[in-house]
Design a protein around this ligand. Structure first.
Ligand code: PLP
Length: 431
């Protein structure tokens, strides 16, 4: 018999109508963006780089930011709220006393959580009179989400896609073009930054930091275009809190409080969106273990906590973050959405203050894909490679509970589906 509390649905009337801004509750103020000692002021150039409304949200310390009606309609259209599911078959297979719940962000039109900020940014851009959006993408999930959102509100999109991924994700590339997007492998000959890097290495695999530089350079050169970023910045994490807010309400509706929250972290919007709405209780003393799942190819939360650029070329202001260095070369992985040199400033501060734990899995990805296979065989859904890190970490936490005999409640976000990533699964698992 299906237990009513195993699939926790929220009625559409309970879709949260405000995003949560953790800056109102941070135990310490967030260090502000700043300029490097040399060169033009990047801080003063921010209004040219970001949408006005996003910039306002970037600096906001208001606890609740109302979601405009039109964006709520777009969220409903993208089938929000999304279910929270008890993974009973996985629990049984693991023989763990832990209770496992997963949030189904993979039920998104383009396949990931990225749609939550894409819809907001595209709608704000349209309202501000722009005609085109320029952006970077790593896994391809953000690029697809923005192309989708732009197509819904009637804008064009140009996407700079990390070459190492662009070259193998042939179907996702076609998917972006189906939405009308112009797609470049990054580094590309379309920008100065790209041309310089290609001159050094014609087969440069690219990185998210490089693709950010290209998207910015493109948008800055065209009055009708605006740059949109898919992670790292405060306003992106803010939009993603819709995921954690729904999850919190879903747990409240069944009278359960999670002990452990797990999600994968590249730049941090996925992890932040899931975890941040739970933190006010933790700031007031309620214990909560928050674990970020990363790759050893880019373990940015193990880097240095210092000011660094968000992009390769140093076009952005300096942000205080855990970073591996903005020009670090990181080995390509199948979960390439996690291959970014730094973690969001908000999450970096929380890590610095001891609220966030992190694990980094081996770059050959055998462990994470094998764990994802256990999830596929018991729960039936196929996680994106990046989400496989979240699944692996949740399973490892559940196995630790088996050792200790603790019946903890572990919640994890399956941030995307892997229907367009089968070549990655096949290669790593030898299918
Ligand atoms: C499916 C999926 N999950 C998680 C992430 C990581 O998101 P973030 O960079 O915001 O941490 C990505 C990034 O591309 C992704 O595509």
């Amino acid at each position: 018999m299906v237990r009513a509390s195993d699939v926790v649905l929220l009625p559409i009337d309970d879709l949260p109508t405000r995003w949560y801004n953790v800056r109102a509750d941070l135990p310490e103020p967030l260090p502000p963006p700043k300029d490097p000692e040399e060169g033009p002021s990047r801080v003063k150039a921010l209004p040219d780089m970001l949408l006005g409304e996003c910039l306002r949200q970037e600096a906001s310390t208001e606890r609740w930011v109302p979601i405009p009606e039109e964006i709520l309609d777009l969220y409903a259209h993208a089938l929000r709220p999304r279910p929270l599911v008890r993974a009973r078959r996985l629990e049984a297979a693991l023989k763990t006393p832990a209770k496992l719940y997963y949030k189904t962000e993979f039920l998104s039109p383009t396949g990931s959580h990225k749609v939550n900020t894409a819809l907001a940014q595209a709608w704000y851009a349209k309202a501000a009179g722009f005609e085109r959006l320029a952006t970077e993408t790593g896994a391809g999930q953000w690029g697809t989400a923005l192309a989708y959102a732009a197509s819904l509100v009637g804008l064009r999109t140009t996407i700079y896609w990390v070459r190492a991924v662009h070259d193998w994700k042939v179907e996702r590339r076609a998917f972006m073009r189906l939405y009308g997007a112009e797609v470049h492998a990054s580094p590309s000959p379309a920008t100065k930054v790209g041309r310089e890097l290609l001159a050094e290495d014609a087969h440069h695999p690219g990185s998210l930091g490089i693709a950010v530089s290209e998207g910015l350079e493109d948008a800055l050169a065209d009055d009708k275009a605006v740059y949109c970023l898919g992670s790292v910045l405060n306003h992106v994490l803010l939009h993603q809190t819709i995921v954690g807010l729904e999850t919190k309400r879903q747990f409240e509706s069944i009278g359960v409080t999670p002990d452990v929250l797990v999600s994968s972290l590249g730049g941090g919007s996925n992890f932040g969106g899931f975890v941040l709405p739970f933190l006010p209780d933790t700031f007031r003393g309620r214990p909560l273990r928050c674990v970020a799942a990363q790759s050893e190819a880019a373990p940015n939360l193990r880097g240095e906590y210092r000011y660094d650029f968000a992009d390769h070329a140093g076009l952005t202001p300096l942000l205080k973050m855990y970073t591996l260095g903005h020009t670090a070369r990181m080995h390509p992985i199948k979960g390439d959405g996690l291959r970014y040199h730094a973690a969001a400033p908000v999450l970096s501060l929380l890590r610095h203050l001891g609220y966030i734990d992190a694990v980094a899995y081996p770059a050959d990805e055998k462990h994470v894909f094998a764990r994802a296979r256990e999830f596929v065989r018991t729960e039936g859904f196929l996680p994106a490679p990046e989400s496989a890190y979240s699944v692996a970490c949740a399973i490892d936490e559940a196995l630790a509970c088996r050792e200790s005999g603790e019946a903890k409640t572990i919640a994890f976000n399956v941030s995307g589906h892997g229907f367009m990533d089968m070549a990655g699964y096949a290669e790593v698992l030898g299918l």
